[in-house]
Design a protein around this ligand. Structure first.
Ligand SMILES: Cc1cc2nc3c(=O)[nH]c(=O)nc-3n(C[C@H](O)[C@H](O)[C@H](O)COP(=O)(O)OP(=O)(O)OC[C@H]3O[C@@H](n4cnc5c(N)ncnc54)[C@H](O)[C@@H]3O)c2cc1C
Length: 247
């Protein structure tokens, strides 16, 4: 049984059509960067909850999630209609093992995201952890339309704070946009373009790769990484890549 606590919406931002961040205050225990919380609304007499990664750093308030509206989904249409002052439910503790806790330090941390999976990496990048364990961090954000590239100011601030150690690569798959590469994350990974851009190869000795987002990206990226000798990281069986599938 979930232990639900009441939360109040204190902030809302719409990045593009159907693309939102919501901020709330709630008595929720501190999370580990990379974890998710369950968010719920009572809809037609039933509590409908879904997991969402926390975007804020541990200990930072308000709590924040970043999500896109799925018109046919039960939760996201009413969730995106909430406004400051409205209430919702959250689980009182966060869960999940998509964290750096048991990951071995290496030269470069590669963070690959599709869509709203960017959010989980913002929480991780706002902690000291990746900067203590890795010399360099590369974040690749794949979206369909350029208008879905969000959190630009936050990314600029991270780049400024960690000058020379952070590389952000926006990737747009369905249109061309100045300053962004065109294509899918796995295509650029497969043909070596990504590594060419960064000037480093992804290999088991020097890399840890985190994959978060849709199932097709994760499935294809896993195959490419395993062909290069990387293994899935498990708590008791260290490897070089970790995954979290949103849908
Ligand atoms: C561990 C975990 C963490 C998650 N964190 C986030 C997060 O931080 N932000 C976020 O936006 N989503 C996240 N999700 C997905 C989220 O829990 C919901 O599934 C999603 O928001 C849709 O909810 P819904 O109730 O409207 O529709 P659902 O009934 O959950 O899904 C309806 C359909 O839409 C598909 N779908 C779900 N999410 C997406 C999507 N983003 N884009 C396209 N199709 C989708 C589902 O596969 C399903 O076919 C996470 C999922 C998991 C398992």
């Amino acid at each position: 049984m979930n232990d639900w606590v009441k939360a109040t919406v204190v902030g809302k931002h719409q990045w593009a059509e159907g693309l939102f961040s919501l901020q709330f205050e709630a008595p929720v225990a501190d999370h580990v960067a990379g974890q998710y919380i369950k968010v719920a609304l009572d809809i037609e007499g039933e509590r409908v909850g879904r997991p969402y990664s926390l975007v804020n750093a541990p200990g930072e308030h308000p709590l924040e999630i970043y999500f896109n509206e799925i018109p046919s989904g039960p939760l996201t249409p009413p969730l995106s209609a909430l406004n400051p002052g409205d209430s919702l439910w959250l689980t009182s503790t966060a869960s999940g093992i998509f964290t750096l806790e048991t990951v071995k330090p290496a030269k470069t941390l590669w963070l690959l995201a599709t869509g709203t999976a960017l959010g989980v990496y913002l929480s991780i990048l706002r902690t000291e952890d990746p900067w203590k364990r890795f010399e360099r961090v590369v974040l690749v954000h794949g979206v369909r339309q350029a208008s879905d590239l969000a959190y630009g100011e936050t990314l600029d601030a991270i780049a400024k704070q960690h000058e020379g150690r952070f590389t952000f690569i926006p990737l747009v798959s369905r249109e061309t946009r100045e300053g962004s590469l065109c294509g899918r994350v796995t295509d650029l990974l497969n043909d070596g373009q990504l590594e060419g851009l960064v000037g480093e190869s992804i290999d088991p000795e020097n890399s840890h790769v985190m994959l978060c987002g849709n199932s097709a990206m994760i499935k294809d990226a896993k195959q490419i990484l395993e062909a290069r000798g990387l293994a899935r990281h498990r708590r008791h069986e260290p490897g070089q890549y970790t995954t979290e599938q949103y849908h």
